[in-house]
Design a protein around this ligand. Structure first.
Ligand code: NAD
Length: 251
């Protein structure tokens, strides 16, 4: 039985559940948990697919999903990660910022590339030695809960501090910090009324060359802080992880 648990039925949780319904992920049943039960019930109602809504993480774990996707908040990761790992369940973490200061290491934790990509090349370069990673994120003021009329630099500093100050909007900085080393990543956040996409530019100087990556992502219509690509990266990772665990359980 390919059962998947989703914690958080907001923008990302909904896109994932809809992809499962469309058969993009080979799954037999979804178990939904949101601390706001109405959101889980509403999502269940919108799906023509076997779905169970649960009231707590404990109930979710009891139903023994093969994989759980956390699409809730950094606090949810802090509160739930050890309980999920203790049950040997694979966990896909969207709120990656939480992992920067949590001391958990497990092969069962999977981190999606999120709103960016190229992590294969970046992690390869990190093995040889990275001098610096510079992330410039340019977002519409709405995505930063601001209302400036002119372009404005909102933050310049380290990835760790950026994640602390913008816990819901700086997952990209956290992903880069986890792929390289937190102290190597410098972050600049720009609130720009001229852009209507979440734009991430990543410049990397490493031992044997330079890299430049740019992503221009449509924001999710219900949550402008979240890029559509982030949800699709979770779907892609869920598809691969579920297949791997299911095949293993069949041998
Ligand atoms: N890795 C990435 O690149 C990336 C990109 C975008 C968003 N994210 C992160 O993914 C998470 C979800 O994003 P979203 O846009 O779907 O958010 P959202 O606000 O649209 O939905 C989050 C849902 O989770 C629920 N929730 C929050 N805390 C909970 C808890 N402790 N237990 C159970 N339910 C809880 C909320 O009620 C809400 O329904 C956020 O933490 C966000 O920062 C990561």
């Amino acid at each position: 039985m390919r059962k998947v648990g989703i914690i958080g039925c907001g923008a990302i949780g909904t896109v994932i559940a809809k992809a499962v319904e469309r058969g993009i992920v080979e799954c037999d049943e979804l178990v939904l948990y949101d601390r706001n039960m109405e959101k889980a019930e509403k999502l269940k109602k919108s799906l023509h697919f076997p779905v169970t809504v649960v009231k707590s993480l404990e109930e979710l774990i009891k139903l023994k999903p093969l994989v759980i996707v956390e699409a809730a908040s950094q606090q949810a990761v802090r509160d739930y990660v050890n309980k999920i790992l203790a049950e040997n369940i694979e966990l896909i973490v969207m709120s990656v910022g939480a992992l920067l200061d949590l001391d958990v290491k497990s092969k069962k934790i999977h981190i999606p590339s999120g709103a960016i990509g190229g992590l294969d090349a970046i992690s390869s370069a990190a093995l040889a030695g990275i001098d610096e990673v510079i992330l410039t994120s340019r977002k519409n003021p709405e995505a930063l809960e601001m209302d400036n009329q002119e372009e404005k630099i909102v933050y310049e500093g380290t990835a760790e501090e950026a994640v602390r100050l913008f816990p819901r909007g700086m997952n990209v900085a956290a992903t880069l910090a986890l792929t390289t080393q937190p102290e190597k990543v410098k972050v600049k956040i720009i609130s720009d009324p001229k852009v209507h996409r979440n734009v991430h530019e990543i410049r990397i100087k490493w031992k044997h060359g330079d890299m430049f990556l740019k992503f221009e992502n449509d924001p999710h219509p219900e949550n402008p802080k979240t890029s559509a690509l982030a949800a699709w990266s979770a779907i892609n990772l869920l598809k691969q992880t579920l297949k791997k665990v299911h095949n293993k359980s069949m041998t």
